[in-house]
Design a protein. Structure first.
Length: 173
């Protein structure tokens, strides 16, 4: 990497960190957690868009190439270049833990049908308050309707913990 490329990357990371910090300041505000922020709540779509922005920053920090398809008519949210190939990635996020401390994620799109290998390669689940990322191959989730993850608990461990921060799956590690 040349000196210019290093500086460009550092500037991009700082800009992304500042931008995302401002977004999360709104999304994580205690008033918003009660469903109100300056008289209105963030919608689920807005929270999903914020999580997608956080995913882009995370993937870029890991050195992956990231592209966002135009519109939302595809079953995937991003194309990620890693490990010598392109991956179709669907991002899911959860902002609140259930009464049992677990974060629930749907493993399907609007059709209520599980994602198939011809639609996505990877499902990434992000438990926002815990800042915990899980990277699942589509084969792992294609028979499930949902996932329940327990990133903040030492007592309750999900059978899916091995997928936490499993970014190496994209690089062949």
């Amino acid at each position: 990497m040349s000196m210019g490329e290093g500086n460009e990357r550092q500037v991009a990371e700082e800009v992304a960190a500042g931008f995302l910090g401002n977004l999360w300041a709104v999304a994580g505000d205690p008033e918003e957690k009660r469903g109100r922020k300056r008289g209105r709540a963030l919608t689920g779509k807005q929270r999903g868009e914020i999580a997608e922005a956080e995913f882009m920053a995370k993937a870029a920090r890991l050195g992956f190439g990231v592209a966002k398809p135009w519109g939302d008519s595809h079953p995937y949210d991003f194309i990620v270049q890693a490990g010598g190939r392109l991956w179709k990635v669907q991002v899911k996020s959860a902002y609140r833990a259930g009464e049992d401390g677990g974060y629930s994620f749907h493993t399907h799109g609007h059709s209520l049908r599980a994602y198939r290998p011809d639609e996505i390669d990877v499902l990434v689940a992000y438990a926002v308050p815990e800042q915990a990322w899980y990277v699942f191959p589509v084969g792992m989730v294609q028979r499930l309707r949902s996932l329940k993850l327990f990133p903040g608990s030492r007592k309750k461990r999900s059978k899916f913990e091995k997928y936490r921060e499993a970014w190496g799956m994209l690089t062949g590690e």
